[in-house]
Structures are given as C-alpha cells and as structure tokens.
Design a protein around this ligand. Structure first.
Ligand code: FEO
Length: 385
C-alpha cells in the first residue's frame, strides 16, 4: 500500500492494456485511474476506477481499510473511468454513505438504477464534511470535465482531490514529463471549457494546496504553481510557443513540398520554433495540442469533393469545437482545378474568436511554380513578424 500522507492511501490502478482512452485517444504509455482511501475517525474512499479493474481495486480498498468499516464514498466525477464501481462498492459496503451533489445522484440513477445507493449525502458548493481531524470542503467545478464535477479539499493535509483537472495520459509511473501528455489530455478532453476551467482556478485560489491528487497521472506535490500557471494559460487560450505550427495533408507530395519550402523559409527568417505535421500520419490529439501551443498555425491542404480534404476538415473541426481562438492562421491551398479549400477553411473559422488570417493565401495549381514559391516567401515573411 502506498501512503501519500499519514492518513491517505493510494488504491488506484494503472491500465497498460487500454488501446484508446475514451475510445478516442491513443495512450502509448497507458492510463492511471487514481482512487484514494482517507483514514480518520471516519473513513472515506475518494472516487472509484474503471470497471475492468473492479476486483483489484476492491482488494486495494479492503487492504487500505484494514478491516475497518467504510463510512463514505466521495464521488467527485461520474464519468465511468472513475464511477464504474460505485455499485460494486455499495454492494460490498451496504451501509456506506455516498457523497455527491444533486447532479451526481441523477447520474448515479442513470448509470446504476435507483437502488444502488442506500445512503446518500447531497452536498452543496463549499459545504464541509468532517471525518475527524480531516475536514473536507467540496468545491463545485462544473464542466471540468462534466457538469456534476466537484473537487474535494482536505484542510488537514492541504490535499486537493482535483477530479480530472491536472491529470494526464500515461500510467502514474510513465517515464515522461507532465507537460506534453497533460496538454494533449487537457485540449483533447476539456479544451472546449476554458471559461469553466478559469472559473475553477479562481475558486481554488483561496485554498492553500500542498498536494494535487488528480484522478489521472502522478500526484503533484512540488512547484504546484507551475502546473496551475499552465492551466491558466491553457484555459485562457494563450499560446505557449512563439513559433509556427504547420499542419498539412498531401496526396501526391506537392503540398508537402510547399510546406517544406515554407518551413525552410521560416527557419532562414530566424523563426526558432517551427513544427511540421502530416495530419494523415500523426496522432490527432497531438496535432490539436500543438495547434493550441503555438501562436501561429498554417493549414496546407487540397480541395477534395468540392471542399476541404477530409483529414484537414476533421482537424479544423477538432479545433473550432474546442473554441480555438486568438491565433494567426496561414493557408496554403492546392487544386489542379476549381480550388476552393482556402475559402472553405476561412468559412470554418467564421464563428471563432480573434482569428487573424495571414494576408497571403498561397494558391498552388497542382505543383509549385515561380508564383506560388514567391507567395510562400511572402507568407513566411508575414509569419515571421
Ligand atoms: Fe477521467 Fe472525465 O473522466
């Protein structure tokens, strides 16, 4: 049993078998579903784990309790990677009191039927629950990442149980830094809800936090301001890198040649951060994460079926549905006949806030020629300013 503090025990699991998290995201280093047992005069489990790990998790809970009665199950988030074993827990500990808010219990009924919970304690935003020396405060943080989400703060050890917030892809022991997989996770899963994340950060500002126990990824305990600052930047849709992210699709290599020329020109202009991504052969969530990380992006693609090449179209949808905003966008379009992709791309961003298109939209008729090479130089200069 891994002790996090004198009274807090980790009972979560690492998932190294998952192919796609949420059926959508590649997780080459697996996934962690974190769950905790807090021991005091009263005992509490904080969140459960994915359904496939029910028996292992229950064994962990039993061992952590050491034969003691379980008083509370605190449900911070009802998405199934954390809630799937609520009914299994209440079956084993029928007298446990399940703690949630009014939205939590509606979802519990939806997932498990109305008989899964015998004792329910419905809490309000800011309400407290004492386990003895550990006084818990429930902080409602809707849409981070579902409407019922709340975080739980333990004032005794200054631990914040943050639900999905500050989590990342990868098992807890994955040999990788936090930033890249936390950013990919953030923009994939809660990127759309920047306003709500910002509001949650505002609420958390008044708490003295020494450890963040997310439902995913490592327990954070050093330099917490750094992680909170990253969330402040991401939730405000601010770029992290002063550079250019070039996302492209290319059918026969001509658009790719244009992109390579642009990257070369940008570098020779002195732009240090230039990243090129072939959307058809790259991880979608990584491309989305990069588009948010850079201040300027270039979209290079072909006209296809009278519109935008499908991979690019889907990529742009992934950005706009996550409230992509406040960026400079350059466009390179390629079409041997009736090119329409540039206008179609602009139309896709019509409802996006503060998108500025680079003045030069490069048009390639099948393959690069002198005119399109010159336009690429102009685009590179515009993106260098
Ligand atoms: Fe990790 Fe929104 O569930």
């Amino acid at each position: 049993m891994e002790k996090i503090t004198n009274d807090l025990i980790y009972v979560g699991v690492d998932d190294t078998d998952v192919d796609l998290f949420e059926g959508l995201y590649t997780v080459p280093n697996g996934m962690a579903y974190n769950s905790y047992v807090l021991l005091d005069e009263k005992t509490a489990v904080i969140d459960t784990v994915d359904e496939r790990f029910c028996s292992r998790w229950l064994e962990n809970v039993r061992a952590a309790l050491g034969g003691r009665k379980l008083d509370y199950l605190i449900v911070d988030h009802m998405e199934s990677d954390h809630s799937a074993n609520i009914a299994a827990l209440t079956a084993e500990y029928p007298d446990v009191t399940v703690v949630g808010n009014s939205k939590t219990f509606i979802m519990i009924d939806e997932f498990f039927g109305s008989n899964a919970v015998k004792n329910a304690l419905t809490v309000g935003d800011g309400e407290k629950l004492s386990l003895g020396k550990h006084e818990l405060t429930f902080v409602f943080t809707p849409m981070v990442h579902w409407p019922e989400v709340m975080m739980t703060y333990d004032a005794h050890d200054k631990v914040l149980f943050s639900a999905d917030a500050f989590g990342k892809f990868g098992t807890r022991g994955a040999a990788e830094g936090w930033d890249d997989e936390a950013r990919r996770y953030y923009f994939g899963i809660v990127g759309k809800f920047g306003v709500q994340v910002k509001s949650a950060l505002g609420k958390l500002a008044s708490f003295d936090i020494k450890k963040i126990c997310s439902t995913h990824g490592p327990i954070l305990e050093n330099d917490l301001g750094r992680y909170i600052d990253k969330y402040a930047v991401w939730s405000a849709y601010l770029p992290e890198y002063d550079g250019v992210f070039i996302a492209y699709t290319s059918i026969y290599g001509h658009t790719k040649a244009a992109v390579e020329l642009l990257a070369e020109k940008l570098k020779s202009n002195g732009v240090k951060n230039v990243k090129v991504c072939d959307l058809a052969r790259s991880d979608r969530a990584q491309a989305v994460s990069d588009a948010f990380a850079y201040g300027k992006i270039v979209l290079a693609t072909t006209t296809y079926n009278g519109g935008i090449f499908p991979t690019m179209r889907e990529f742009i949808d992934n950005l706009t549905e996550r409230n992509y905003q406040s960026r400079t966008v350059g466009i390179i379009e390629n079409g041997a006949w009736s090119p329409v992709a540039a206008n179609a791309i602009k139309a896709k961003f019509e409802k996006s806030k503060d998108i500025v298109f680079a003045p030069t939209a490069v048009k390639i008729r099948a393959a690069l020629d002198d005119e399109s090479r010159k336009a690429i130089e102009s685009l590179a200069d515009e993106l260098t300013k």
